[in-house]
Design a protein around this ligand. Structure first.
Ligand code: AHG
Ligand code: MN
Ligand code: MN
Length: 357
């Protein structure tokens, strides 16, 4: 007898069976996302062949160069979810404003945020990139979603996940029943369960940060990273190895599999980005949701990422994510050495350190 293959669809359906009020809408939405992932993966695999590489010639709302695959991934995701009646409103890194559904399409009970292609500057180098998604319930009263639906604290997420386009394509998701990873079998075109119940290994292996930004870091971040490197004379530890791709999905995926911490702290490199580079709604919060489900923790350096109530869709946040103890150590260094920064930060972002959380 061949082994029963657990496709992502079967898996979600089986998880949903445990919830009596589940109607299948969520399962279908996850399937829409999986299908988008397969289409993006196919296009990605051909990227070197069909002249799709290169810049699209315009910049996104963050003022960053947009590449053609960013546009392709963005449009594919929207196309896959726009007419199924599962979502009411969509937000993407590539669009300044939330994207309503076409007028003639039914609105569903969820809202979706995504980074269609994360780490896209790595495409030309053939390194791993990914798609990140975050799903909330629509909380507004009208038939279709409003911006406030997209500005809920990360703790309210119904589900989150990513699709990583690497040496193989994987979809990793969490919806309150642990974090599960599926590898795309290109021969049958299905995501098959390959990594059930993913959790961070007990022993951290790597720290991950753009070390080239060290001169822009705060005292607390610098001292913390030196501590990770075993340089703190008063508090010595065995140095951790360092790995950094510059593609957060790939850096996070490795951190989840191998253990350790990924960071993109606030820095003084660009005064227009005082809170670092990463976006809360479709980069930090979904990965924070997964991290906590996998036994880890994610912080902005002050408190849990999942507690931050966003004020805008493209808001940026510092991020420390991975092994719970290591992330809490980062918070401790920042508390001790960066009090002035913490005060200014808390004037703008409502988050606070809850000891022992
Ligand atoms: P995106 O490609 O969606 O704009 O995101 C890139 C992000 C993230 O993936 C990565 O961790 C970070 O940029 C790398 O930034 P640096 O080059 O400044 O290290
Ligand atoms: Mn990104
Ligand atoms: Mn992106």
């Amino acid at each position: 007898m061949p082994q029963r293959l657990m496709t992502i669809e079967r898996h979600i359906l089986e998880q949903q069976r445990a919830i009596p009020e589940a109607t299948g809408v969520f399962t279908n939405l996850m399937y829409d996302l999986a299908l988008a992932g397969k289409i993006i993966a196919r296009q990605m695999a051909r990227a070197g062949l069909n002249d799709i590489l290169g810049r699209a010639g315009n910049t996104n709302v963050q003022g960053e160069d947009q590449q053609k695959l960013d546009v392709f991934a963005d449009e594919t995701l929207y196309d896959m979810v726009k007419d199924g009646g599962r979502v009411a409103l969509v937000a993407s890194e590539e669009h300044e404003h939330p994207m309503p559904l076409p007028n003639d399409k039914p609105c569903g009970k969820y809202v979706l945020l995504y980074d269609p292609l994360d780490g896209s500057s790595n495409i030309d180098s053939n390194a791993s990139v990914g798609t990140i998604f975050s799903i909330y319930r629509k909380i507004s009263d009208g038939p279709c979603g409003e911006t406030k639906d997209l500005l809920q604290a990360g703790a309210e997420q119904v589900a989150a996940g990513y699709i990583i386009y690497g040496s193989s394509t994987m979809m990793v998701y969490g919806a309150g029943f642990g974090v599960h990873g599926f590898t795309l079998d290109p021969n049958i075109g299905e995501f098959l369960l390959s990594h059930p119940n993913m959790t961070f290994p007990k022993k951290p292996k790597y720290y991950s940060i753009n070390q080239g930004n060290e001169i822009y870091w705060s005292e607390g971040v610098r001292r913390y990273v030196h501590w990770l490197q075993g340089k703190a004379a008063d508090n010595p530890r065995k140095p951790l190895s360092q790995r950094y791709i510059g593609s957060m999905v790939a850096d996070f995926h490795r951190t989840l599999l191998e253990g350790g911490i990924f960071m993109y702290p606030a820095d003084s490199k660009d005064p227009s980005k005082p809170f670092g580079k990463l976006r809360l709604g479709y980069e930090a919060a979904p990965l924070a949701f997964l991290a906590e489900e996998a036994g880890g923790y994610a912080s902005d350096g002050v408190g849990s990422i999942l507690d931050i109530k966003p004020t805008s869709i493209h808001q940026r946040t510092p991020l420390f994510i991975g092994d719970r103890d290591l992330v809490q150590q980062a918070e401790a260094f920042i508390q001790l050495h960066d009090q002035e920064w913490v005060d200014t930060y808390q004037d703008e972002v409502s988050n606070e350190l809850v000891p022992g959380k």
